[in-house]
Ligand binder design. Sequence first.
Ligand SMILES: C[S@@+](CC[C@H](N)C(=O)[O-])C[C@H]1O[C@@H](n2cnc3c(N)ncnc32)[C@H](O)[C@@H]1O
Length: 442
Amino acid sequence: MIVSRRTASHAFFSSKVETWITDAVADGIADYTGLLRRLPGVYPTELLASLERLAASRAIDPALYATARQEAKPVSPSGAEGRSLLPLPHPLDYEWRFTADASRALLNHAADLTPDGSEVLLFGTPGLAAEALTLPISRRMSLLVEPNSVTDRLVALNRATGSPLAIAFCSGGLPRDSADAVLLDPPWYLDFVRPMLTAAAHACRLGGFVLISLPPDGARPTAATDRQAAITLAKRLGLTLVERQPLSIAYETPFFERNALRAAGIATPPQWRRGDLLVFQRVAAPCLPAPHSHRRRLWAEVVIGRMRLFISMGANADNGDADLVSIVAGDVLPSVSRRDPRRSSANVWTSGNRVFRTNNPQLLLEAAISCAGEAMGSGFQPWLWGTLRGGEAIERVAAELRDLAALEAAEETGAPAETERSAVWRLSTTISSTGSTAIRSG
Ligand SMILES: C[S@@+](CC[C@H](N)C(=O)[O-])C[C@H]1O[C@@H](n2cnc3c(N)ncnc32)[C@H](O)[C@@H]1O
């Protein structure tokens, strides 16, 4: 029988997870929360599946699985964790934010490695930047980010606090040989880690430090080899590993992930996810050229109330109905993995991990902008949409979007939502950019 390399590596990983679990159980840790915290970043669904297998084979007491399953049952809507100064993280940005404590620890770590008055670059870390704005740090701080509504809010917060951060977009060119420390947290995929680590090495001066968060061993089957690939790349970039602190960086569970897990029938304890901190020192010139580190923009973003709506303006639109077509039962994608095949069907995505298909992204975008414009006193104006039918279509879709935003706002506060896609109250709405143009990202 031929077994694919991927299946074999997953089987090997599953047996590793089972060993971690039996070791933890032998140490007296037998509850879902305790196991999630003890294991090295194993995803909750993977943990429960492993417990089920172990119980079925009597390698653990089946009562232990039954209790863990019970403990993992969601009791109420998702709720949100963490800082609220920034807009919600969006799954298409892979935005897992550090806890406030982890942010402070990272900033202190960078400060310990660098002299007073030196330059610290925050790269792809909007949550960390928001935390930095609240702290007295005797370093020159700069931030390199993507253009989106989170960055818009950071720009406003920065201005309100006397502009301690120099904020720049990664699309506008990368700094060279200037930072004494670079803190970065790329999405945990090698196609993000490689260009961002390369850009960080180029931005760092000789003798400076690069601090990066990478997935721990249990995060996925390839986590350990991916980390090794990053270390090997770092060597070619003139970076030498000086420190590794496994599982030392705690993350908030974003609203989109809480929703995804709830849709999968699972609740999570707060802040279960952790990353490994790796600290490199730049000891030589990079052997690889500086990359274009910015992503191609495929998605337009419109903010309606608290909901961030991403719409793909790709070429596959047929200019039919703009209505939101369900792709998955209940509309919330019950996974946050980039490998989930259902992702490719979606061209509309909310910050609550709801996914849809529309046959007319342009019309949907216009409806979203009209919802967002209401807060600025320039709401829906049907006569601007040529035909009466066009105006009615926009109005119908806009009502659907308002309902969605209301539903997700209720979930975010942990309030029981009435019925899916049928909330009746209206929201105050904002658009994420100045004026009425939507922001493209992704
Ligand atoms: C895992 S999150 C890191 C957030 C961080 N933990 C925090 O609390 O601030 C990854 C971030 O990388 C950003 N990102 C992705 N590609 C980027 C690029 N080429 N340049 C700058 N930021 C990027 C995403 O927008 C997202 O905010």
